[in-house]
Design a protein around this ligand. Structure first.
Ligand code: HPA
Length: 274
């Protein structure tokens, strides 16, 4: 299914009716950051199913909501609950959230996620500022007819994770109480975690972390000219990194919960500077 620009404008028009400011920063909250949405002041909460032409959640009990308001002194719009390829959406559909941000007037995007550490020097609980990504899955959110109102058919992704925003994130790392690295995020479609052989392979390719999100949103942002800050929370060592230790089993949620307070404070400190 291909949509035209007016399809996306309709979602934004509905949200604009509900909020009386132009959000400056769009945030997608990943595992471990969800509670950040509760800290937004003067919040306008819009459940996703209310937004016309938006994505409908595959898990109705976790419908998700768009929360707009003030956070760390900045006007933000926040996706509390994200959509993933493994849920059955196409990459093209996954462009909707960032296209909504763009049409609301957002100027910068923060994407957060939980990820598995591929770099042996990383530990669960560490944060990685995404310097770049690898996407060998043969997918792009801008496949199909190009919507030139958003951007060009062929677009540059060589500074996708904007250098300037990464510098701010690095400055804020000091005194955050977190161990913060900078590295490359490798996208896998999931929903299965990776095999140990896949992890060995992507380490050779230059990956420091693996995950199942962020790349669709980051590419959409690049297409419509929005600078991105990507932050990955290492919730576990990737498959095979620790001998005889399966991935999952609650570790992802446990680690996210453990560092959630520090991670949220870190994101807020970045917000004040960007
Ligand atoms: N692999 C992929 N996605 C993830 C992981 C992982 O090990 N941990 C959290 N999200």
């Amino acid at each position: 299914m291909e949509y035209d620009f007016s399809y996306y404008l309709k979602s934004a028009a509905y949200v604009k009716e509900r909020i009386n400011f132009t959000p400056e920063i769009g945030i997608v909250l990943g595992t471990g950051l969800g509670e950040l949405a509760n800290e937004i002041e003067d919040a306008v909460v819009i459940p996703y199913p209310e937004i016309p032409n938006f994505l409908v959640s595959t898990a109705p009990s976790h419908a998700g909501k768009l929360v707009s308001g003030k956070l760390a002194g900045r006007h933000v719009v926040c996706m509390a609950g994200r959509f993933h390829y493994y849920e059955g959406y196409s990459f093209e559909q996954l462009s909707a959230p960032v296209r909504l941000f763009k049409n609301l007037g957002v100027e910068k995007v923060i994407l957060t996620n939980a990820a598995g550490a591929v770099n042996a020097a990383y530990q669960p609980g560490d944060v990685m500022i995404i310097s770049d990504h690898i996407n060998l899955m043969g997918v792009s959110p801008t496949r199909g007819r190009n919507l030139s109102e958003f951007g060009n058919r062929f677009f540059d992704v060589s500074d996708l994770y904007a250098w300037k925003l990464r510098e701010i994130a690095k400055q804020c790392a000091e005194g955050s109480g977190l161990t913060v690295h900078e590295g490359v995020y490798h996208f896998f479609t999931g929903p299965q975690f990776e095999t140990p052989a896949e992890i060995r392979a992507v380490r050779v390719l230059g990956a420091d972390a693996v995950g199942m999100s962020t790349v669709p949103e980051a590419l959409t942002a690049a297409h419509c000219g929005l600078p991105v800050l990507g932050l990955s929370l290492m919730t576990n060592m990737a498959a095979g990194m620790i001998e005889n230790r399966p991935v999952g089993g609650g570790e992802v949620e446990e680690t996210a919960q453990r560092v959630s307070v520090l991670f949220r404070a870190y994101v807020k400190s970045i917000l004040t500077k960007m």
